[in-house]
Write a protein of this length. Structure first.
Length: 74
């Protein structure tokens, strides 16, 4: 399987810091909680909705609340 242009951009930008990456799209939701997890979304609305959810409920057992959205097209 060939990675999408957005996955390639994310991998180039954060490299080995990424523990895992999933999804596809230009909006990267980053969870900097112990390990960097990247989830890609095609729309800002989807990324913001998920960020709001994990900001409220946590992104996992090691969550420290350090979440951000980056537009990979910039």
């Amino acid at each position: 399987m060939v990675d999408s242009v957005w996955r390639v951009k994310a991998q180039r930008k954060w490299g080995r810091k990424i523990k895992w990456i999933q999804g596809d799209g230009q909006y990267a939701l980053l969870a900097w909680c112990m390990e960097l997890a990247v989830t890609l979304y095609p729309t800002i609305a989807e990324a913001e909705k998920e960020k709001k959810f994990i900001d409220t409920n946590s992104c996992g057992g090691d969550c420290v609340g350090d979440h951000e959205i980056i537009d990979l097209s910039n």
